[in-house]
Write a protein that binds this ligand. Structure first.
Ligand code: AMP
Length: 438
């Protein structure tokens, strides 16, 4: 039979890259918990209507890129293209505004967009996102941007702030920049919409067909259109804010400075989604090519109400894990390797080798083996390939004398025989991290 291939734009994430994904996810969970965010798990499939009404029917995401289909019950379903609409639906449906607890959530999961695949752009990709619902203050804007930057720094991304919080050292440091803008409130935006529309109409000859057909319905989309955005970004008018929005934006900037975050004001940053109000932001990495946005987000003060919930100001962001991993670039293969590789030298030592392997794992030592029935030479080849530090070799002679051999794989020709009962304590001594004198 002809082998079956994966779908275009859908990919397998294999070790050691998959190990890096997990490590970043663990870092995210730990860091978000320390900022008071709790995990929310939302469905992959929702009614299509949810995204049409929240993300917006004139956005590229909804208009062109959504995986939507009719199910057996004749309902129009969509695979989520982003996380915020599902979180907002869950917030309303589960009456979370009444829970008495902070509505600060994070999520980690696959998103789906039928975009043209290229490096850093996939049709299924993982987003890590946070949403802070119920807090109108610029402190919330500053907190969400700070947690994003601190999180990126922890994974080895630098350049976003004056602090040095990188502790994972997952890869070489690579520069990032934070851009922010304000979309103002509904009042500011309606004036901006008119100004932008007259500007775009005056220059409509340069617009792509898609923008030409939607400028009347949503002129802002021309600024984040993949074709027109770069052409118009520099020349189009920027927003002029009302006094309250101006104050909110100013305060957010001041607080970001207190967090030590470097940011650039980008008056044309509008983001490709309809629901944003006031602060919008994006983090870009110089280590990526044309798909250089690692994360983006903003405030969406009107969305919960417009979706049928109580008036609830909110702010959040989503980060593309696949792009973060690309930006970090170098995957440390040792992170996935066993510490110890167990090999059986002959037929009569296989059971004892299996017992040792099980025992090591019970004591949380990362241990592995290949096929005990294979020749010792072949098992030792696998041991070398596994990148383990040590091999435990057990043969007929060792079984008889209740001993085993510890071989130091990184130091050629070095090995020692230890009493079987002392194996665990010997290994702990060898494997324990080196303690340096203060
Ligand atoms: P957005 O929801 O469009 O604001 O995207 C937030 C982040 O998700 C972006 O900054 C990217 O890092 C990531 N992202 C968006 N679309 C894709 C895609 N097709 N493939 C990979 N990552 C993506």
């Amino acid at each position: 039979m002809r082998p079956i291939h994966s779908l275009r734009g859908f990919r397998d994430i294999l070790p050691p890259e998959s190990g890096l994904f997990s490590k970043i996810e663990t870092t995210a969970r730990e860091m978000f918990a320390s900022y008071g965010y709790r995990e929310i798990r939302i469905p992959t499939l929702e009614l299509k209507e949810l995204f049409v009404k929240s993300t917006g029917d004139t956005t590229d995401i909804v208009e062109k890129e959504m995986y939507a289909f009719e199910d057996q019950g004749k309902r129009m379903i969509a695979a989520r293209p982003e996380g915020t609409p599902g979180v907002v639906r869950a917030y309303i449906e589960n009456n979370l505004s009444q829970s008495g607890k902070n509505s600060k959530f994070y999520y980690i999961g696959s998103m789906f967009r039928a975009e043209r695949p290229q490096a850093g752009r996939y049709r299924e990709f993982t987003q890590i996102g946070v949403e802070n619902l119920g807090n109108p203050s610029p402190f919330a804007d500053a907190e969400t941007i700070t947690v994003l930057v601190r999180f990126l720094e922890k994974t080895g991304i630098s350049g976003c702030s004056g602090s040095s919080h990188s502790s994972l050292h997952l890869g070489p440091q690579c520069g990032c920049s934070v851009e922010i803008n304000s979309m103002g409130c509904a009042k500011c935006r309606s004036i901006y919409r008119e100004n932008l529309l007259s500007y775009l109409k005056a220059n409509s000859g340069d617009l792509c067909d898609s923008c030409k057909s939607r400028i009347d319905r949503n002129p802002l989309r021309a600024l984040d259109c993949k074709t027109d955005g770069p052409v118009f970004a520099e020349k189009a008018p920027g927003i002029s804010m009302c006094a309250e929005c101006e104050e909110h934006f100013k305060k957010t900037g001041e607080l970001l400075k207190i967090s030590g975050i470097f940011f650039k004001l980008n008056p044309h940053l509008v983001r490709g989604i309809d629901y944003y109000t006031r602060t919008v932001f994006e983090v870009k990495s110089s280590a990526l090519g044309s798909q250089d946005a690692i994360a983006g987000g903003g405030r969406y003060d009107d969305l919960v109400k417009s979706m049928g919930g109580p008036a609830t100001p909110a702010v959040g962001w989503a980060m593309g894990l696949d792009r973060l991993v690309l930006a970090i670039k170098e995957v440390n293969p040792a992170a996935d390797s066993p510490e110890v590789f167990v090999a059986a030298a002959d037929k009569n030592s296989r059971i004892e080798a299996f017992r040792i392997l099980t025992e090591l794992r019970d004591y949380d030592i990362k241990a592995d083996s290949s096929d005990f029935d294979a020749s010792l030479k072949s098992q030792m080849r696998s041991a070398d390939k596994s990148d383990a530090r040590l091999a435990i070799i057990i043969g007929e002679e060792e079984v008889r004398s209740s001993t085993c051999i510890i071989k130091f794989l990184k130091e050629k020709l070095s090995q020692k025989t230890v009493v079987r009962n002392n194996l665990l304590s010997e290994l702990k001594l060898i494997l324990k991290p080196a303690v340096t004198d203060p």
